[in-house]
Write a protein that binds this ligand. Structure first.
Ligand code: ZN
Length: 96
């Protein structure tokens, strides 16, 4: 496997491969994609989500742009954004 392509946790000094992607559906009216706010390993998903939420809340969409609800997606290398599955179980555990 090509280690150069491994996406790692966004937490500084972690270095574990990411298993979650923190992202929000984004569209400019023509294109839609997941706007990435961070990547996290199992251990840091809460920390990465917190800092991601701050940036998500502070982001001001330009005209014609829309950013939807931020969520936790199961990150799988090689999968396209549209194929990633939102993990509502882990999202609920974050709220407890
Ligand atoms: Zn980590």
């Amino acid at each position: 496997m090509d280690t150069e392509n491994v996406v790692r946790c966004s937490e500084p000094d972690c270095g574990e491969p990411a298993v979650f992607k923190i992202a929000a559906p984004w569209t400019d009216g023509r294109f839609r994609e997941l706007k990435t706010y961070g990547f996290a390993c199992e251990e840091h998903v809460r920390d990465v989500l917190r800092s991601a939420e701050v940036r998500w809340l502070n982001y001001e969409p330009v005209r014609g742009e829309a950013v939807h609800e931020i969520g936790i997606y199961r990150y799988e290398p090689g999968k396209r954004d549209a194929e990633l599955v939102r993990d509502s179980d882990i999202e609920e555990s974050m709220n407890s």
